[in-house]
Write a protein that binds this ligand. Structure first.
Ligand SMILES: O=P(O)(O)OC[C@@]1(O)O[C@H](CO)[C@@H](O)[C@@H]1O
Length: 472
């Protein structure tokens, strides 16, 4: 969006003979015609996503289309800007030669940006990374079906490919191969929120075990998903904790009570130590609120262990990597704010006595596939999850992967959309940021869309959904 705004501004300042209004109208027509050209040339269908098909940018009225037309090119533009702006800082971390490597990386990123805007075919990976072969097989398979371009392939494949390409550009550079290029934005955001996090720590000390408090912690973790850094960059509200009840009006499906019943009944009956998994989404505030939820679950005996899952490479801008996790923990430990620092010490001791566990890195989480293929592609991970009482999937992308990114009718029951993926009971905490749904009340999506065709991209509405795995 802001890329378009910049173009508009520079154009209007050049055409000094025109009034602002007429230049604006002329420009709108130019932009519109250009868009029409693109739509026609690239065979974009001026339709909403087709039912029962995977989401794809080939549908003009879709978030996928918007992603590759504006969001992703803008994200790359911002990344280049951030690399330039942080050059000195990067050189301090990665050595003087990083200056030259940065030039090459920026050049590769600009090419990537152009490829998206021109809807070019996907290129193969020529790097030595263990997953390169697998990616190339998948790309060649798509090429055979003429679906190997940004706008014609599935959205999930293309967007995962985008982040794998960005990673490849940095991996090729000797001094930058282990540098997380999204870390400046993740670290700065987290640092700016220290006071808010400290206040929330104070307000949540010693919360007794009851349904209300459990729902509060679960919902805090849910609404923190509003604060990803790729889609909704708005900072969390200072009064977030106090506003949770008010946010209920935006909670379209709220199964938090069912989650409570599942866990509290399990606490009474289980003879085994109870394990719960959280598949993280975003770093900074969302990660903090997920840690708070884990702490509450352990303190109140709803589980004896909570395991965390992170991404193996920098992903979708703000997804949590192992380095982000450790960075955040250390930043708490070193913090001058007493309660935040005490929270850091508590987390560290829970990790040391293995009541919290950061699971070993698994590259399944960054594969361009939905979770229905986990059993086949990553059987050990599937088995590991099946020992858990509940897996909590955070965020929009995990939700899309749960549904295999297929646009089913919005009222299809949640569990019926998993394509057989049910290692254990599954809870999704998702702020809606894309055009895919399940288990929605009849007509809800139609009514919301009638009021505001872009509601699903705004990250204002949310769902808490649960699929219980019953014993065979
Ligand atoms: O997963 P998250 O952080 O909640 O969602 C972030 C997001 O930008 O990533 C996805 C792809 O762009 C979208 O589905 C979504 O809008």
């Amino acid at each position: 969006m802001s890329v378009a705004i910049r173009t508009i501004e520079s154009w209007t300042s050049l055409s000094s003979n025109n009034t602002y209004e007429s230049s604006w109208t002329t420009l709108e027509t130019v932009v519109h015609n250009k868009l029409e050209d693109f739509v026609e040339k690239q065979n974009i269908l001026v339709l909403y996503p087709a039912l029962n098909e995977p989401l794809s940018a080939k549908f003009y009225h879709s978030h996928a289309y918007k992603t590759f037309r504006t969001r992703s090119p803008h994200m790359i533009h911002e990344l280049i800007h951030s690399m330039r702006e942080n050059e000195e800082w990067i050189m301090k971390r990665c050595g003087d030669y990083a200056r030259y490597d940065l030039r090459r990386v920026i050049w590769s990123l600009s090419i990537l940006r152009t490829e998206i805007l021109q809807n070019s075919p996907f290129k193969l990976f020529y790097d030595q990374e263990p997953d390169a072969k697998e990616w190339n097989v998948a790309i060649k398979r798509l090429a055979n079906r003429e679906k190997n371009q940004w706008f014609t392939s599935t959205w999930l494949f293309a967007e995962c490919y985008l982040y794998r390409r960005i990673w490849a550009a940095f991996r090729r550079a000797e001094t930058l191969r282990n540098f997380d290029y999204f870390s400046p934005i993740k670290f700065n955001t987290a640092q700016g929120l220290a006071n808010l996090m400290n206040n929330i720590v104070i307000a949540t000390r010693g919360l007794p075990l009851n349904q209300m408090n459990f729902q509060l912690m679960l919902k805090l973790s849910l609404w923190s998903n509003r604060c990803d850094l790729s889609n909704t960059a708005d900072p969390p509200n200072d009064e977030m904790l106090q506003l949770i009840d008010e946010y209920d009006k935006d909670l379209i499906i709220d199964q938090s009570m069912d989650v409570w019943h599942l866990l509290s009944e399990n606490k009474q009956t289980s003879r085994q130590p109870i394990v719960i998994d959280i598949v993280f989404d975003n770093a900074a505030f969302e990660l903090f609120s997920d840690l708070l939820l884990a702490e509450y679950i352990l303190e109140t005996g709803l589980a004896q262990k909570v395991r965390f899952h992170v991404k193996s490479i920098p992903w979708f801008v703000s997804d949590v990597t192992a380095a982000d996790f450790h960075w955040m923990l250390n930043s708490f430990l070193r913090n001058n704010l007493v309660e935040l620092s005490a929270f850091g010490h508590k987390m560290r001791s829970l990790l040391r006595n293995q009541r919290l566990e950061l699971c070993s890195i698994n590259d399944f989480w960054t594969k361009p596939t939905g979770f229905s293929s986990m059993r086949q592609l990553s059987p050990c991970l599937y088995v590991e999850l099946s020992f858990s009482t509940l897996v909590i999937f955070k965020g929009d992308l995990n939700y899309r992967k749960l549904l295999d990114d297929i646009n089913r009718s919005s009222t299809t029951p949640f569990r019926d959309c998993f394509g057989g993926f049910i290692p254990t009971s599954i809870c999704a905490l998702r702020v809606i940021k894309s055009d895919i749904y399940s288990g929605m009340p009849l007509c809800t999506v139609d009514w919301l869309t009638e009021d505001d065709p872009h509601w699903m991209m705004r990250g204002e509405k949310a769902v808490i959904q649960l699929a219980v795995k019953t014993s065979p």
